[in-house]
Design a binder for this molecule. Sequence first.
Ligand code: NAD
Length: 479
Amino acid sequence: MRIYSIINGKDLKETDRETMTVRNPYNQEEVAEVVLANVEDLNQAVDQGFATFHEQMKNMPAYERSDILRKTADLLEERKASFAETITKEAGKPLKHSLGEVERSIQVLRFASEHAKHISSEVIPMDAAIGGENRLGFTKRKPLGVVAAITPFNFPLNLSLHKIAPAIAAGNTVIYKPAEKTPVSAYKLVKLFFEAGLPAGALHLIMGRGEVVGDPLVQHDKIHKVTFTGSLPVGRGILEKAGFKKVTLELGSNSPNIVFDDIDIGHVAADLVKGAFVFSGQVCISAQRVYVHQSIYDAFLKEYIRQTESLVIGDPMEETTEFGPMINEKEAERAKTWIDDAVKKGARIETGGEQKGTFLFPTIMTNVNNDMKVIAEEVFAPIVSVIPFETEDEVVRMSNDSIYGLQAGVFTNDLNRALRVADQLEMGGVWINEISTYRQDNHPYGGVKKSGIGKEGVKYAVEDMTEVKFVGINLNEKR
Ligand code: NAD
């Protein structure tokens, strides 16, 4: 399979462009050959996106934008199995989790389709100000223009839709730069939008290496907003380079999960096996630090190890597989060096710790501290650390002792305690009796501290992808 950038609805089949091979992380088979775009291609896409915004999208009625999004959802639903297979082949994600991702993506499109019709305005109480009598004031939410959407490999479909769908719902045009590692689902997705009736100039797909097309994209004068999901170093660079543009950054974390002593150990251990090891820990809100009350620490750890060791590991294309490879061998090796570094500093491996090719086996560590990367940095790998605590204050302090603050989980049946802790955690979101790894696509989502800037979740992304315009009328006398 050969795939291309798509500019103005057409595959960019130039023969003199650099190409790149995408391989299945499980068996290294070729999934696709990608023809990469260069900077001139990117500039052409932005020019077309700019023209289509002014000529079509900014004046397209809400019901039409809503229709296109609904039809895209319907088409994705029809081709659910094919999209799930693509994600599994290019990302190595176990098939059942890929299917889950496609189902969530359909919902995101449907939320966007509905929300397109509810981007509402406000009437301002003008007579609240002296001299405001007989004046009418109201707002309109206007689309921004051309939105650059830059996405990571780990949820190639759903995280792309968290940007593209609200941008279209609001009447923007989009330049979409997917992760190099997972371009096939991106290519298929863009084709779906056109099949559903999106104007050719409203969405352009740029296949390209971040370090080649990234800077010219985020620095381009005709780009009005950059929405990025990915790692902290890349996000920081984007913020520095974007200049006079709106920027949303959805970055990493080392999410804490707090387990108090009044819970059912078997149940919470099962939740946290999922929380730490789903998609081999390559989830931004993966459970990385598990704080367990010392009175149940030994019993919890024993059960957590037992359940972790019963995960079904293997070929991600098998329907029964629960745990598969990481995205590539380099990442698995990088994570293994973090384990070795922690062990050198006194950490213990309770289970796992081995790496073979793209597989890093589910790893639980104890006796860890903040001098170790497995605690202080984002591991983005199947490594979880279990840490005892004594008091509520202590565990809140330990949880907040991080440069990140994306999402946390708190397990307790004591409602007052749960709400107190949720209030004190420095996070963009807190789940009570749920893993940090859980996300629903309609709640506000986005981090504090170095985990990011801005919020996603269709309604909230639309707010960030529109500008409030005020219109006032002086009704005092005719002019
Ligand atoms: P990454 O930062 O390596 O790449 C993300 C995207 O940025 C890719 O499309 C890449 O090509 C592009 N890029 C690279 N250099 C660029 C540059 N100079 N300018 C512009 N774009 C550039 O991230 P990844 O490895 O694909 O994904 C993993 C990271 O994403 C983790 O840190 C994870 O926490 C984060 N993530 C965050 C969320 C969230 O919602 N907060 C969700 C998923 C993943």
